[in-house]
Write a protein of this length. Sequence first.
Length: 71
Amino acid sequence: MTRRELFNGYEDVLLPEDIQKILHVGRNTVYRYLAEGKIRSIRIGGKYRIPKLYLEEFMYPDSIQHRREGE
């Protein structure tokens, strides 16, 4: 499965529930990752919003870093 296929059917900005489904982890794990900053996020009205790019950074840290260095 490619990265593009992994995110098919999801909006550009993800909810914690989406992260659970994509990573196949529980609610507490997702919220711990968000609170610890392991997965970057934006808080809007006290709720977490996660741009797809932030989840990609978490899942593929080496490839994202290389992309930044090449820009």
